[in-house]
Design a protein around this ligand. Structure first.
Ligand code: RB5
Length: 143
């Protein structure tokens, strides 16, 4: 499984640690940057990650910024993206089970690294429930 990952400067440390952790588990990680803690604009890495998910170059994505909101807002401008913000393991579960998020977004400045790992693990292990949620996510795109 190929996972695309990106962050801004605020999420850089967690991105690096999560990438190494996931690679050690056997996942193929595609890094979309940023590659330092120098201040940068989250949209510069969020758009390339979104395109890669839309085109199927990666199977899913993980994005981190300070609050997660800049990443989520940018990613969700793409028609093929359902980016879901999660700050607890239970929300990580629900964002897959109910919303079938294909990009997981986390607020690096507001959660511990251990929580970020737990959210990623839960999101990846959870299956989309379909049914009524299939109908609901089908109504998300603007006409
Ligand atoms: C960076 O200071 C911060 O604005 C950014 O990481 C993010 O929280 C934006 O949504």
């Amino acid at each position: 499984m190929k996972i695309g990952i990106c962050s801004d400067h605020a999420g850089f440390q967690y991105k690096e640690k999560l990438s190494a952790w996931l690679a050690a588990k056997g996942y193929e990680i595609v890094n979309f940057g940023t590659d330092s803690e120098v201040s940068m604009d989250y949209s510069d890495v969020a758009h390339p990650l979104a395109r890669a998910v839309e085109e199927g170059a990666v199977d899913c994505g993980i994005a981190l910024c300070g609050t997660g909101n800049g990443m989520a807002m940018t990613l969700n401008h793409h028609k093929g993206i359902r980016a879901g913000l999660a700050w607890s393991s239970e929300i990580g579960r629900l964002v897959k089970a109910h919303n079938n998020a294909n990009v997981l977004v986390m607020p690096a400045r507001f959660i511990s690294y251990r929580m970020a790992q737990s959210i990623v693990r839960t999101w990846m292990e959870t299956k989309f429930e379909g049914g009524r949620h299939e109908r609901r996510i089908a109504k998300i795109p603007c006409a």
